[in-house]
Design a protein around this ligand. Structure first.
Ligand SMILES: Cc1cc2nc3c(=O)[nH]c(=O)nc-3n(C[C@H](O)[C@H](O)[C@H](O)COP(=O)(O)O)c2cc1C
Length: 257
């Protein structure tokens, strides 16, 4: 069997590399030391909403022309030797597209300088983060306790509590993260109402009960608890959310820290 020559190997590696670059989900653009575009892969062209062929050998300003008016961006990309990152935005057919650009200066064996720009579309991540932040703000504003437990982890540990839950129970979030909510019952474990909650968790349905619970200072309060399963897109229960309303005597409520 004949072995490929080193030259053939080089060509093969180049083909592999360019195939990979065109299949990659991350946009890659390379600028030379005069800030001209020497390479832009398919993902990069898609993310910048331009034709790769139209920008090849063109100044970097052609690359950034669809990005929302940011005159300093092309300067930043074109300036030599700057590693860093920036988030930019361009208008898309279905709303703003957010891109994270990371730059890295490199030299080839001949000592020529290039700048590699990695482009990531972070629109979905950003939107998910914003939706989550909004949801958290709603839970924080709520005049009821909110607890989220991880249904996939052993014994359903708490992964989130809102500030109202901290006030109701007297425990800080840090003190109760990772524990099961039953600690609020203290030694008062023989409560028939608990069966309703156990059954709801077992059946993965909504449950409702009024329980005797104990604050950190040992004082009792009546806790009207609603638990509900949270399902992922495939319908699998991944979490349970619990909403708690302190009930009972005004004195019990007044003692809430
Ligand atoms: C999301 C969620 C929130 C809960 N919140 C409380 C609570 O505030 N107080 C309480 O006594 N039990 C609460 N529970 C119930 C206990 O965690 C536990 O399911 C109950 O004690 C029955 O299970 P056990 O017999 O293993 O203790 C909650 C459960 C879940 C899933």
């Amino acid at each position: 069997m004949s072995h490929p020559t080193p030259r053939a190997n080089d060509l093969f590696e180049q083909t592999l590399l360019s195939t990979w670059l065109d299949e990659a989900d991350v946009g890659i653009c390379v600028l030379d030391d005069t800030a001209r575009v020497v390479m832009l892969n398919a993902a990069g062209a898609r993310m910048m909403n331009i034709e790769a062929l139209n920008v090849l050998n063109m100044p970097v300003t052609r690359l950034t022309e669809k990005i929302d008016a940011d005159v300093t961006l092309a300067q930043w990309l074109g300036s030599p030797g700057q590693d860093g990152e920036r988030t930019v935005r361009r208008a898309g057919a279905e709303g703003a597209v957010h891109l994270l650009l990371k730059t890295r200066g490199v030299k080839n064996p001949a000592g020529e300088r290039f700048k590699v720009i990695a482009i990531n579309n972070i629109t979905a991540t950003l939107q998910a983060q914003q939706a989550l932040d909004f949801m958290k703000r709603q839970w924080e504003a709520l005049n009821a306790g909110v607890v989220i437990s991880d249904a996939r982890a052993p014994d359903m540990p708490i992964i989130y509590v809102n500030p109202m839950f901290e006030r109701m129970s007297g425990y800080s979030a840090a003190e109760i993260m990772g524990r099961n909510c039953r600690f609020l019952q203290g030694t008062d474990r023989h409560q028939p109402a608990l069966d309703t909650i156990r059954q709801a968790i077992h059946d993965e349905t909504n449950g409702h009960a009024i329980l005797r619970n104990y604050r950190k200072d040992g004082s009792m309060f009546l806790n009207e608890l609603f638990v509900s399963p949270v399902r992922d897109a495939a319908g699998v229960v991944t979490h349970f959310v619990g909403v708690q309303h302190p009930r009972g005597s005004a004195a019990a409520l007044d003692r809430a820290p």
